[in-house]
Design a protein around this ligand. Structure first.
Ligand code: 6PG
Length: 483
């Protein structure tokens, strides 16, 4: 046995991770369900490299040095279970299975505990950065059985991207499904980032009437400042691209219906389950859902009226406002994502290091951005920050952006341009900074119709009261449980 690690699943991410591992000096064994793919890979991109093919599960496992480490890069869901079942008969206690796909964190929890019964170490790791990242340096977010880390850590850190100060964008995240949870939240934030960029684009296009090349210049300029990030950079590139056939901006020829593979939805489901407000991320998922109702929207556009307005202000001033609105909204969606990880850490007993997580996302992944350095610093200064919004740096940032942010959301509303992410971020900000919300009325309503009881401002917390609002109710209150 000569291979340091094995990888199963030779789709593009798998192949690129193999090439990355090999380029860092590791010998890699590969396996794929369709065996022809192994031969193609060995005869093609893997030729002349320390990459060995195992055509059967047994042959593949025999190539691996002990403790064996097998990375699984197959589609999330039952294919992961099938792959685990295929190899476990040939494995021994202490061997390691690493799932590098976008698996649901609860599946990872289940797999980790099941494999622990057989003495096998299971690692569920987020891998972000697309094809290019997998080849040259992804962001890697491993969690699961920590006993695996001393063995797989050096390999995963060797292939990962690095922050500007040279720290690998790969570190142990936590037990069970922690790694996949953090990757899921990364994707939820990715959805929100993309939606916000889309809203800025929508406003520039439909309120200011800018052309795609003009917008490309705006995004390229923004990319040199506080919004500097991979997603802003590719947006500038996308808007500059013309169609080979028509010569028109390619973006104008792309149908406005978004797809999704489910990780944004999972993030929103987790937020609802854990009771952590993350409406901006959920709005980004719903925005994709409404975009998919293309035919219905086209029909509705003929009968539902919007406002008739034209923009008469200063375009450059509006663009400056827009940059701040995007920035402040982005701060809110990250605040929601980090709060969600905090909720999960409490629920599942994970010890998540938020400063470190910000640095795992600093390079390599889809949401990589200069802004993650500020998040990193905020958590280094105060690891137990209840919300990112309370970090002094972000207090200043939101306060400086506030007026511009409100002008942009108001303008969008007056112009009839939907801005679900911008406006939900602003509402989140306003709700979070409100000492007094209208939930007193809501509690009264619950008590009125269902005797659900309420706490009083002039009595200790935890003491519950019921009022017979109509004079016709009984004195019996219902219980006060909360889900
Ligand atoms: C990454 C991405 C990736 C994700 C795609 C597609 O971090 O490299 O998040 O994992 O699968 O971006 O996601 P949607 O199809 O849901 O947009």
């Amino acid at each position: 046995a000569t291979a340091d690690i094995g990888l199963v699943g030779l789709a593009v991410m798998g192949e690129n991770l193999v090439l990355n591992l090999e380029s860092r000096g590791f010998t890699v064994a590969v396996h794929n369900r369709t065996v022809a793919r192994i031969d193609d890979f060995l005869a093609g991109r893997a030729q002349g490299r320390r990459i060995l093919g195992g055509r059967s599960a047994e042959e593949f496992v025999a190539l691996l040095k002990k403790p064996r480490a097998i990375m699984i890069m197959v589609r999330a869901g039952s294919a992961v279970d099938d792959t685990i079942e295929l190899f476990t008969p040939y494995l021994e206690p202490g061997d390691i299975l690493i799932d590098g796909g976008n698996s649901h964190y609860l599946d990872t929890e289940r797999r980790a505990s099941r494999l622990a019964d057989r003495g096998l170490l299971f690692v569920g790791t987020g891998v972000s950065g697309g094809e290019e990242g997998a080849l040259n340096g992804p962001s890697v977010m491993p969690g699961g059985h920590e006993a695996a880390w001393p063995h797989v850590g050096p390999m995963l850190q060797a292939i990962a991207a690095r922050t500007p100060d040279g720290t690998p964008c790969c570190d142990w995240v936590g037990a069970g499904g922690a790694g996949h949870f953090v990757k899921m939240v990364h994707n939820g934030i990715e959805y929100a980032d993309m939606q916000m960029i889309g809203e800025a684009y929508h406003l520039m296009r439909d309120v200011l009437g800018l052309s795609a090349p003009e917008m490309s210049d705006v995004f390229a300029r923004w990319n040199t400042g506080r919004l500097g990030s991979y997603l802003i950079e590719i947006t500038a590139n996308i808007l500059a691209k013309t169609d080979d056939v028509t010569g028109l901006p390619l973006v104008d020829l792309i149908l406005d219906t978004a797809g999704q593979k489910g990780t944004g939805k999972w993030t929103s489901e987790a937020a609802l389950t854990l009771g952590v407000p993350a409406a901006t991320i959920a709005e980004a998922v719903f925005a994709r859902a409404i975009s998919a109702l293309k035919d219905e929207r086209v029909a509705a556009s003929r009968v539902l009226e919007g406002p008739a307005t034209s923009f008469e202000g200063d375009k450059d001033a509006f663009l400056a406002d827009l940059e701040l609105a995007l920035y402040a909204s982005k701060i809110c969606s990250y605040a929601q994502g980090f709060a969600l990880m905090g909720g999960a850490a409490r629920e599942y007993g994970w010890r998540l290091d938020f400063g470190r997580i910000a640095h795992l996302w600093r390079e390599g992944c889809i949401i990589r951005a200069v802004f993650l350095d500020d998040i990193h610093e905020a958590y280094m200064e105060e690891p137990r920050l209840p919300s990112l919004l309370l970090a002094p740096f972000f207090q200043r940032a939101t306060s400086e952006a506030s007026a511009a942010w409100r002008r942009v959301v108001s303008r969008a509303v007056l112009s009839g341009v939907p801005v679900p992410a911008f406006s939900s971020a602003l509402s989140y900000f306003d709700a979070y900074r409100s000492a007094k919300l209208p939930a007193n009325l809501l509690q009264a309503q619950r008590d009125y119709f269902g005797a659900h009881q309420y706490e009083r401002t002039d009595a200790p917390r935890g003491q519950f009261f019921h009022t017979d609002w109509t004079g016709e109710g009984g004195v019996t209150a219902s219980s006060t449980y909360n889900v």
